[in-house]
Design a protein around this ligand. Structure first.
Ligand SMILES: NC(=O)c1ccc[n+]([C@@H]2O[C@H](COP(=O)([O-])OP(=O)(O)OC[C@H]3O[C@@H](n4cnc5c(N)ncnc54)[C@H](OP(=O)(O)O)[C@@H]3O)[C@@H](O)[C@H]2O)c1
Length: 272
């Protein structure tokens, strides 16, 4: 049923309502309570929305902070694991042969230390494949001769020489000097020096000179070798006009040193 009300009826109705509110405190209280709860509900939903925004922005900030921190730490490992290409266009999934494809290295003489196995042996093989004259510095002559023979089997024209070198003990740095003397006596140019030989995670041990083994092998011995060959590298550039290179094999682990950096004053301290 549709009820039609005139303006006087409407006025009367409003008056009744007003009176009722004035005279009926319970009903007024109910309405106030209802309005308050309505307002509270609105405030609550705005507050929850703002809280949600706040939480989202907090999570996003944490993610971006994590990414920034992780980027430095994990990028190397991430690149290695996922084969992301670097600026050169190559990544961890590429082989040495792919990287050197089309390169004529026949005018280059290269020294590679630690060519008896692993990366050194493969580096020597691929450089020889591209025509370079490769001098392998190695302490294990038997294993290195086998490497050389393998290379010659697949690349009969390979130019490979082996010179013994022991990089382990500081006191045997005379071995590094002897290596250099033998190489210089060959009267060859030197375009590239690849400091590849190295040890990692070896048990803590000090050399006779009191220097931690890994540091002595990977760094100090190669530091001396590089210095002894520096002049040769420079004169080769002058004579051939070909830029020279010194390549130090490293590790992605370099992204995670101690927070305060390398503890140079505690290198030989087992507890550090
Ligand atoms: N493979 C990886 O995933 C990786 C990761 C990070 C860094 N690297 C670095 O890459 C380089 C090559 O690694 P790799 O995996 O090919 O290692 P590898 O197969 O163990 O070969 C290391 C080479 O270094 C030589 N060497 C070790 N100590 C020596 C010493 N005192 N005097 C002379 N030669 C010594 C070894 O000769 P002997 O046969 O006589 O032992 C061997 O020829 C190292 O510097 C390593 O730290 C490798």
């Amino acid at each position: 049923m549709i009820q039609t009300v005139g303006s006087s009826q409407l006025w009367h109705y409003r008056e009744c309502l007003a009176r009722k509110h004035r005279t009926d405190p319970i009903s007024t209280l109910h309405e106030l309570h209802y309005r308050a709860s309505q307002a509270k509900a609105t405030t609550n939903s705005i507050a929850s929305f703002l809280l949600l925004l706040h939480r989202i922005s907090l999570i996003l900030s944490l993610i971006s902070l994590f990414c920034c921190l992780a980027e430095r730490e994990a990028m190397g490992y991430w690149r290695e694991a996922t084969d992301i290409k670097g600026p050169s266009g190559f990544g961890s999934g590429n082989t040495a042969e792919q990287v050197t494809e089309g390169i004529d290295a026949s005018r280059l003489t290269v020294i590679v230390t630690g060519g008896s196995s692993g990366i050194g042996a493969e580096t020597a093989r691929v450089l020889a494949l591209r025509g370079a004259h490769v001098i392998i510095g190695a302490r294990n002559l038997e294993a290195t001769n086998a490497v050389k023979q393998n290379i010659l089997n697949s690349i009969p024209s390979a130019r490979i020489d082996i010179i013994q070198i022991e990089l382990r003990l500081l006191s045997s740095l005379k071995s590094v000097r002897a290596f250099t003397e033998k190489f210089l006596a060959m009267n060859l140019p030197l375009n590239i020096l690849i400091n590849n030989a190295g040890v990692m995670y070896c048990p803590f041990k000090l050399s006779k000179d009191g220097v931690e083994m890994q540091f002595a092998t990977n760094h100090l011995s190669h530091f001396l070798l590089t210095n002894l060959l520096l002049e040769k590298l420079k004169t080769t550039v002058e004579k051939t006009g070909i830029e020279s290179r010194i390549v130090n094999l490293s590790s992605v682990a370099h992204v995670g040193p101690y927070s305060e950096g390398i503890k140079f004053d505690k290198l030989n301290d087992k507890k550090a």
